[in-house]
Design a protein around this ligand. Sequence first.
Ligand code: ADQ
Length: 466
Amino acid sequence: MKSRLVCVSNRVTLPRKVSAPGGLTVGILGALKRTGGLWFGWGGELTDGDPGPAEILTRDGIAFATVPVQQQLFDLYYNGFANESLWPLFHYMPSRFRFRPQEWAAYEQVNRQFAQALLPLLKEDDCIWVHDYHLIPLARYLREMGVRVPIGFFLHIPFPYIETLRVLPTYAELMRDLVAYDLVGFQTDSDLNCFLSAVVAVFGERVVEDHCITVGNHSARCGVFPIGVDVDAIQKTVAASQRSEPVRRMVESLLGRKLVIGVDRLDYSKGLVERFAAYEQFLETFPHNCGRITYLQIAPLSRKDVTSYAEIRRKLEQAAGRTNGRFAETDWTPIRYLNRNFPHDVLMGFLRAAQVALVTPLRDGMNLVAKEYLAAQDEDDPGVLVLSNLAGAARELTAALQINPYDPQALGHALQTALTMSLGERRERHRQLMQNLREHSINAWASEFVAALRSPISAPEVRAAS
Ligand code: ADQ
């Protein structure tokens, strides 16, 4: 019998409680639905005292084990070190980066508490898969507590080049913690190469051989595991959701106008401010589109307690108000801007209805919305994806219309090209993109990572960086 899979992430999304959707939730649930197992992490509660043992709820073969985080640590750990130090730096935005030693200390302490709470739940032949930048030190603490089972780590966001990473005063400690894993996985070749640049800077060239890093008496492997989507499941969902009330109402409200869509968590890395500015410029440059297209931007609020997120929210409200004030007619609004979550099936129905998707992050580990949009299309009459060349997805989705998200003119021209593209070209691009999507599915992502983690060192299935 295969060993049990234990996934660990900062936040556990309990069944029927998807309030803050994100790519990580989609990925972990996708992996655990296939194999069953345990998902451990923060359940969303804060406590004044000791976090205590995990609470466990079992549904459909998955055990959800949640712990609270201490009130006085949460803000420092989550809003502070994770989202004001690591997130901006790993997204190559050092101007948004800040470092506070007490936040780093809280980050380490929460990781230690996670390890303590996970320890009693572990079985001898488990295999642990830790997700994302909130939990980099977890393996080290688990090892110190005597855990000997394989522990892997997957980074959902980009890994920066060493010269950017060096901005972080504790970068060497983070590198020490990363190489304490048995397997470290990245979204793209470029992230893996950046990681290796940091390994060499911290430990020297001699420690790396064939994507195996040996420090002291421990060896860690590293590889590329691009996350994907479940194409068949999305197509099934779309078929049903097209007839659903919210999707029908939205489509009817377009009155035959073409729909341009954006779906992103409200985050500065997603390039929304730049996208809104480019759309305003687009309406100026190509005025015949006025009254003929509707841009629907869905951007649920995230990380509300981080200052820079409040600032970007204000900027977007102003930009949407300005564009609508400037171009709207009594019977037409250029931008519909919504800060809401939608059930997954409704969202897929919206994506299907759009002739163009704008996915223009300033930096992104992968970007699942780009892939979901493609999977949701009608292959006989597919829409066009306008994609940032700074998203991890751009490495695979080369048949999308790729642009630099900082260049408003390029974005405007790509949007115009997308709106007027012939059916033949749309079909051909879509065909190529779908091939890619099927190759790098969510199933391939999870099964390849877990197989590599379970297999002994020098696993051939760990893909090398090119
Ligand atoms: P995110 O930054 O959250 O993920 P993304 O990959 O686009 O970004 O995933 C977002 C997910 O949330 C998608 O599945 C999307 O459908 C869903 N979603 C977004 N808005 C929604 C809404 N209003 N209602 C319902 N669902 C919504 C991080 C990294 C990415 C990486 C993923 C997965 O930042 O680069 O692709 O993890 O590894």
